[in-house]
Design a protein around this ligand. Structure first.
Ligand code: PEP
Ligand code: MG
Length: 602
């Protein structure tokens, strides 16, 4: 699906994007526009109009004085070509500009900056439409004058995330994973962005935090101002801007129905995920921050299947030391009890960056020095984490998982480092569990193709479909323009998945899936058919996936898998799976939480 921006008016309009986290949010917009000059946009009350006009007039006076000063300097230097500055001086007092902004402030009750920005845009448009090169060139002058006034208007910096109120909806060009992690501490209702893909880490965080979110709207920051009323429909990927009373009521009803369905599913969240014919899967939770551990366990997870530890390194000026890391890992592993936790070593790079590690810019960061490649290049940093993990292993069932493995030598290098750390800790008299399983993420095509070889070298596999799909189908997971190519049921992927699971089974090791595919109910029947031992996902998906597993037969799922493995094209497979899933579930899954049709693309 590509972004399909509507012809937008600022009220009563709908923007289409990619729904990346289900549910509905209704609230006021909080605009974070970091891309260009941060222009605050908000509505003002009737009593503040005079003050806004005064601010605007002061900014005009200041701008005029500045231009005069520059002109004087040029004149004193003997420079005569300052006619362009004369033009700018005239423009500052031009009726169209001045009256236009005054009228907008008064009639639309908006702040001076917003009115100026809007007015400059329409004046620019006028020049653009004139069929004369000279006039078209004048657009740059309009921008220049507009910028100068704007800068004089804006004394204070735009509010940042730390000033966001809990009852707002964040609207931004983009949010980095670090920004989104921040939202755990400043809970908001939901968010919408201009850019982003379905499995970008920002989208994943939204699901983790159970925040309805729509990304890839293309231009929401252009049309929404602070304080606008918004409805985020994270299930359908729609944002309603200043909706009518009728729409508001309709969405309030949907919101209530959605919560009721979720509450109904949650009633059986702690029951095991066992198919009608007795095949049991372990359902685990994905977490980014140790604070989320309780949340996934409360949602029905039996363990933590993926702890993305790189978030521990974000939003700070220094790297976490061994003791700090050890405390976090120990906390998680102790909370998880008998089933334990799978903790992944540092997976930075791609769309995740860390302030204290001032890494050089790479042309293709997704294919660059990320994850295990970085850790093996910087063994000093890596060893701090390995030692912390080994120390925490004394307090529970801790599994170490290594991301982005491309081949055997990386696995062996990690094992050697783990052995060194173990020896060091023993020499220091520190306790370490006798056996700490070491597994790998299978998320590169190279690892998938040699899964049989790798399976003999490690204790478990976790399939990372987000990256496996990205690298196999050559689609940037954070790019909304290629989201339509994100197709987990592409036959190339299905064949890889089957080979990975079969290789694990042949070698007698456990295999889980912790990419976003695992938490999407549309794929559950296929995953059960494949024979995975564990599915690890965000908290929000757990009750639904357990419910789906309890409603189907593993036998039927194996038949479905065998059928699709004979098919050659993703759309054909998607249609077939949608039909079969609807039939298998016999209408048991309510449409508010799961609609198979959303997964069928043409
Ligand atoms: C994956 O790639 O599927 C995965 C689980 O890891 P991440 O999303 O953190 O890259
Ligand atoms: Mg990955």
């Amino acid at each position: 699906m590509s972004n399909q921006g509507s012809d937008v008016k600022t009220s009563g309009s709908v923007l289409k994007g990619i729904g990346v986290s289900p549910g509905y949010a209704i609230g006021r917009a909080h605009l974070l526009d970091r891309r260009r000059m941060k222009v605050p946009k908000y509505h003002v009350g009737p009593t503040e109009i005079a003050n806004e006009i005064k601010r605007f007039e002061d900014a005009l006076d200041e701008s005029e004085a500045q231009i005069k000063e520059i002109k004087d300097k040029l004149q004193n230097a003997g420079e005569e070509h300052f006619f362009i500055l004369d033009a700018h001086q005239l423009m500052i007092r031009d009726e169209m500009l001045v009256d236009g902004v005054r009228n907008m402030i008064t009639e639309q009750e908006i702040n001076a900056e917003w009115a100026l920005k809007k007015n400059i845009k329409s004046i620019r448009q006028l020049f653009e439409n004139i069929d004369d090169e000279y006039f078209r060139e004048r657009r740059a002058d309009v921008d220049f004058v507009g910028d100068r006034i704007l800068r004089n208007l804006m004394g204070s910096a735009h509010p940042n995330l730390s000033q966001v109120h809990g009852d707002s909806i964040i609207v931004a060009h983009d949010l980095s994973p670090a920004d989104t992690a921040f939202l755990l501490r400043t809970p908001v209702l939901g968010f919408a962005t201009d850019v982003g893909g379905k499995t970008s880490h920002t989208a994943i965080m939204a699901r983790s935090l159970e925040l309805p979110a729509v990304v890839g709207t293309d231009h929401i920051t252009e049309v929404v101002g602070d304080g606008d009323m918004l409805i985020i429909d994270g299930s359908a990927g729609r944002v309603l801007i200043n909706p009518s009373e009728d729409e508001l009521r309709r969405y309030q009803r949907l919101q209530m129905a959605y919560s009721a369905r979720r509450a109904q599913l949650a009633m059986r969240k702690d029951e095991p995920a066992c198919t009608l014919d007795g095949r049991r899967l372990r359902i685990a939770g994905n977490i980014e921050l140790h604070e989320e551990c309780g949340m996934v366990l409360d949602s029905g997870a039996e363990s933590v299947g993926l702890y993305r530890t790189e978030y521990l390194y974000m939003n700070r000026e220094t790297l976490p030391d061994e003791d700090e890391q050890y405390e976090h890992y120990r906390h998680v592993v102790e909370l998880c009890g008998a089933e334990g936790a799978t903790i992944r070593t540092l997976d930075l790079g791609g769309d995740k960056f860390i302030t204290p590690l001032k890494l050089g810019r790479e042309l293709n960061p997704v294919m660059g020095l990320r994850a295990i490649r970085f850790c093996l290049r910087e063994p000093g940093i890596f060893k701090v984490q390995l030692r912390a993990l080994l120390r925490a292993s004394a307090y529970g069932n801790l599994r170490i998982m290594v991301p982005l493995i491309s081949g055997l030598s990386e696995v062996r290098a990690v094992k050697a480092l783990v052995a060194v750390c173990r020896e060091e800790l023993a020499a220091e008299g520190r306790a370490v569990a006798e056996r700490v399983p070491l597994g790998i993420m299978v998320e590169l095509p190279s690892a998938a193709v040699i899964a049989d070889i790798l399976a003999r070298e490690v204790d478990f596999f976790a399939i990372g479909t987000n990256d496996l799909i990205q690298y196999t189908l050559a689609i940037d997971r954070a790019n909304e323009h290629v989201t339509y190519l994100y197709r987990p049921l592409h036959p190339a992927l299905l064949r890889m998945l089957k080979f990975i699971v079969d290789s694990a089974r042949d070698a007698g090791i456990r295999v889980s899936m912790c990419g976003e595919m695992a938490g999407d109910a549309f794929y559950t029947a296929i995953l059960v058919g494949l024979g995975l031992d564990e599915l690890s996902m965000n908290a929000v998906s757990i009750p639904l996936i357990k419910h789906v597993i309890r409603s189907i037969r593993a036998d039927d799922c194996r038949t479905l898998l065998a059928e699709v493995l004979t098919m050659g094209d993703a759309p054909e497979i998607e249609r077939h799976v949608a039909d079969r899933v609807k039939h298998l579930l016999q209408g048991q899954i309510p449409i508010e939480v799961f609609d198979p049709e959303h997964h069928v693309q043409t």
